[in-house]
Design a protein around this ligand. Structure first.
Ligand code: SF4
Length: 197
């Protein structure tokens, strides 16, 4: 039997509503290390107006962010800092790898530069280019919003960190505390050994 709904009443699933709220209120954590960072700044400026997508509230405290945007190359020495900031962000959280350097190391094919951050933290969206234009980053955010709407649950299936990392190709399970000093960080040292061999 069909139920007559009064005007202005909509019915939805709680999951869909929670995901809709999440996707439209992303708070980015900028991890800008090089030239791609300038394009990231341009994306947040008036001309491109990230506020149209609800993602303009950049914060520099990981406790307040749920979207990490890595823009630029990451060197091995900086990696523990990146991982620590990622760990300090609350769940659910997402990551965009912006530009060739963050995604693959770019032209810096050397032992000192991370050859793709997805070897160490789980990445949801990759933005190609050197540097990518702000429109490309905006497209990645729109695609991520679609993904959040599709995948999110209020029961928190997406919080299963190990499973997520496997799916997102990250090699490292970051359960315990990581040494901020690269020389004492076992994960970084084993990666360096692979490069040397
Ligand atoms: S991808 Fe190009 S623009 Fe971006 S950080 Fe690397 S060299 Fe700079």
């Amino acid at each position: 039997m069909a139920i007559e709904l009064p005007e202005n009443v909509m019915v939805s699933r709680l999951d869909a509503l929670a995901s809709w709220c999440r996707k439209n209120s992303l708070w980015p954590m900028p991890f800008a290390t090089a030239c791609c960072g300038i394009e990231l700044m341009a994306t947040g400026a008036a001309k491109h107006d990230l506020a149209r997508f609800g993602a303009e509230v950049f914060r520099f405290s990981p406790r307040q962010c749920d979207l990490m945007i890595v823009a630029g190359r990451v060197v091995m020495k900086m990696l523990p800092v990146l991982q620590r900031i990622w760990l300090q962000m609350h769940e659910p959280k997402w990551c965009i790898s912006m530009g060739a350097c963050a995604s693959t190391g770019g032209v810096f094919d050397t032992y000192a530069v991370v050859q793709g951050i997805d070897r160490f933290i789980p990445v949801d969206m990759y933005v190609p280019g050197c540097p990518p234009r702000p429109e490309q980053l905006i497209q990645a955010i729109i695609d991520l919003q679609d993904k959040i709407q599709r995948e999110g649950t209020i029961t928190g299936r997406e919080f299963a960190t190990r499973e997520r990392q496997l799916r997102k190709r990250a090699l490292v399970e970051m359960a315990g505390p990581l040494a901020i000093d690269a020389a004492r960080n076992p994960v970084i040292q084993s990666e360096l050994r692979v490069h040397r061999s």
